[in-house]
Design a protein around this ligand. Sequence first.
Ligand code: 5RP
Length: 225
Amino acid sequence: MTQDELKQAVARAAIDYVVEGEIIGVGTGSTANFFIDELAKIKDRIKGTVASSEATASRLRGHGIPVFDLNDVESMAVYIDGADEINAQGAMIKGGGAALTREKIVASVAKKFVCIADGSKLVETLGAFALPVEVIPMARASVMRQLAALGGQPKLRLKAGTDQPFITDNGGELIDVAGLKITDPVALEENINQIVGVIAVGLFAKAGADVCLLGTADGVKILSL
Ligand code: 5RP
């Protein structure tokens, strides 16, 4: 099976976690896109969605699925999203698709986080994937120095094909921190959250996934975390 077929399989399996008549939190990225396409098939059975990025909102609307402003939603039964890495405890690195801040916000309002990922995303130790950190642009250099002091190699994410910074949906910039061997994800998330100028860090450890649907050659494995 190709990686896309594995992503499609977990996206299909995630439909079992959609609660009828409810608002569903929807993530960002290629796996989340497959999920949106599956959700479209049962769109009449949900009240609507909250999107974790402009790209996701536009794909949902393209399918005729209602998208609510999070400020108008008090609670959500479930948030469904991919990950760049996940460990056996449900801690994740996210933000490869640049939506980490909104993903964290939407997930924080949902009762359950269902992670959907192809098997390659399951790791023993987080950190081989460079950790994304969203920053206020004027704090970029200062935050990069502090991330380097934590032992990482920070690099500003650039807009593809340019030498200009990539700008997020929130007007922030992204620093990708390579070379971290994250043995205590909760502590690192807390440390980075405390750096002035950081909007959010793509470590989802204090509040990680509750369930992970992992696409493997032997079928979709369910990890209850
Ligand atoms: C976006 C994310 C994505 O969930 C993560 O990058 C995984 O993406 P994909 O499903 O394309 O592999 O965190 O900000």
